[in-house]
Design a protein around this ligand. Structure first.
Ligand SMILES: C[S@@+](CC[C@H](N)C(=O)[O-])C[C@H]1O[C@@H](n2cnc3c(N)ncnc32)[C@H](O)[C@@H]1O
Length: 345
């Protein structure tokens, strides 16, 4: 997160008074993790942020479900805008309803992230407000709710999962989760090569773990094969909801687990399948690849295997060397590579 936004947010939160709500998605600075004034609740859709946020105050994890907060009861609300427009519009609409007349909404973000447009739209909804430049294209908007609210922003029915046809197949998905309305090209290639992965399995009906499942593209394709069960995990509440529905339609034993790089998953698996994340919020996060590799190694049966797809410039083989005895880059199409990993013998 930008230093200026982080600093402005921290100052605002420390000055908080009354009943308040801080909405947090993936963009949370680690320095933000210390106790905040009482009366301030926290809501996040990212499971990995829960431990840090719990150090700040009472926190809920959900797909931005605001139903615990009664309309017209909040004095202040804080939100550093998300990447996806439908999410931002949903959060602004919901916070507007929950502010008292005279209550304040603080929106923070960069020019590139659309903060000026969000400010204009939020002011039409809430009635009054000002936009302050923090510097370097970063802004904080202060909005004040008037008696009657204006029209809601178009959130594209954010709260609902929607049916999509992707590559001739039906999935449910929604904005705000990774590549929500498309098939990731790396994942499509991994699925096209799934026979090769299956041929090397030590068991006929594997227990499968999908690390970082998104809406469940890899999970669903595994579930259509002869499997014992599929366990899918992600840190994003919207992804978990979509994946649960998509896997539920497959008719195989499955569970969907909220976890930070698989940390809340229990048990061992015959096959771990993974297209690891490359971005965390607005920043690139290389360390995540290491954590996903450690999770794969930790959850594999002794004779199990993991199949990863990554951009070919990711040094997965080097990162995996300390964790796996067998590392086999079995395909490379110039853009992605498929890497099969097995534990030390
Ligand atoms: C490259 S996407 C792959 C999604 C899906 N498997 C597919 O093939 O379409 C990586 C996924 O990892 C998830 N992710 C990112 N950080 C995570 C974390 N710390 N713990 C668990 N999942 C995470 C993202 O939400 C995203 O769904």
């Amino acid at each position: 997160m930008s230093e200026l936004i982080e600093q402005a947010l921290r100052q605002r939160l420390q000055r908080h008074q009354g009943a308040g709500l801080w909405v947090v998605d993936e963009n949370l600075a680690r320095s933000q993790q210390h106790p905040l004034p009482s009366g301030l609740d926290l809501l996040t859709n990212r499971y990995d942020l829960l431990p840090g946020l719990a150090a700040c105050g009472p926190v809920q994890f959900s797909d931005f479900d605001f139903s615990s907060w009664v309309h017209g009861t909040l004095d202040q609300a804080y939100y550093r805008v998300s990447k996806e427009k439908a999410v931002v519009h949903h959060v602004i609409n919901q916070l507007s309803l929950r502010l008292k007349p005279g209550g304040r909404l603080w929106l923070l973000g960069g020019k590139q992230e659309g903060i000026k447009t969000y400010f204009t739209k939020a002011r039409e909804r809430l009635g009054e407000g000002g936009l302050h430049k923090l510097g370097k294209g970063d802004f904080v908007a202060e909005l004040c709710r008037q008696g009657a609210l204006g029209e809601p922003l178009d959130d594209q029915r954010y709260a609902e999962l929607r049916e999509l046809e992707l590559g001739g197949e039906r999935f449910v998905s929604k904005p705000g989760l990774f590549g929500w309305d498309k098939i990731d090209q790396g994942s499509a290639w991994l699925i096209a090569s799934l026979d090769e992965v299956w041929q090397r399995l030590a068991v006929a009906r594997p227990r499968v773990l999908d690390l970082g499942c998104g809406y469940g593209y890899l999970s669903v394709h595994c579930a259509r094969r002869a499997v014992d069960s599929v366990t899918a995990t992600d840190n994003n509440a919207a992804a978990l909801a979509a994946c649960a529905r998509n896997l539920g339609a497959c008719g195989v034993g499955h569970q969907v687990v909220a976890a930070d790089a698989g940390d809340a998953v229990t048990g061992r698996f015959d096959l771990v399948i993974c297209n690891p994340p490359f971005h965390q919020g607005f920043a690139v996060e290389g360390e995540l690849t290491d954590r996903f590799l450690r999770a794969a190694a930790g959850h594999l049966e002794a004779n199990g295997q993991a199949a990863f797809v990554v951009n070919r410039f990711v040094p997965l083989e080097r990162k995996a060397a300390a964790l796996f005895g067998e590392i086999d880059t079995f395909a490379d199409n110039g853009r992605f590579k498929l890497v099969r990993l097995a534990r030390p013998r």
